[in-house]
Design a protein around this ligand. Structure first.
Ligand SMILES: [Ca+2]
Ligand SMILES: [Ca+2]
Length: 181
């Protein structure tokens, strides 16, 4: 069930389409997963009370070596079209424990509030494709949680819905797909 308080914006895709498709059929980026092309910028803690925009995460901490984007939309699976800058961040998935290495910034171009409070509804998800079996830490934003699955298309063993985890422990380097709620 969706919260009635959630408002939606019409997604206006403008500018360069920077969204990287993470689907297995589509190589997400040129080059290696451990991309060397880090933007050496500073990070700031983002309070969960205020909406977190993609641009708020543009400044990556030094521990982040590369940033990839995946747009999700309610009731869909797979990275959707959308331009970082629209909507809100829902999650970050990191290659290494303690939020390092590459990261996948997951955002919903239609959000102006964030996820609904419960975890029973489908607020998007995707296969990690090139980045499968590598995620070691996660953060979420804007009332969202993320669930990781061992297999593609939300199959196989899964975690619970996670708000934040600096070290996935037994689920380290296992996630092939994820769901947002
Ligand atoms: Ca890892
Ligand atoms: Ca796996």
């Amino acid at each position: 069930m969706k919260r009635s308080s959630r408002t939606r914006l019409t997604a206006v895709v403008s500018g360069a389409l920077m969204v990287v498709a993470l689907g297995a059929a589509t190589p997400a980026v040129a080059g290696t997963a451990d991309g060397a092309g880090a933007a050496g910028v500073q990070v700031q803690e983002v309070g969960s009370a205020a909406p977190v925009l993609v641009e708020d995460l543009a400044a990556a901490p030094a521990s982040v070596t590369a940033t990839y984007y995946c747009a999700v939309r309610d009731g869909t699976f797979g990275c959707q079209s959308g331009a970082p800058g629209d909507g809100l961040v829902v999650a970050e998935l990191f290659q290494h424990a303690e939020f390092g290495g590459w990261r996948v910034v997951v955002f919903n171009p239609a959000y102006s509030y964030g996820c609904s409070s419960g975890t029973g509804d489908n607020e998007g998800g995707a296969n990690l494709g090139t980045y499968q079996n590598a995620v070691s830490a996660v953060k979420t934003y804007n009332h969202c949680d993320v669930r990781l699955f061992d297999g593609n298309a939300k199959s196989g063993a899964a975690t619970g819905f996670i708000d934040r985890d600096n070290n996935l422990g037994s689920f380290n380097d296992r996630a092939n797909s994820f769901a947002i709620s």
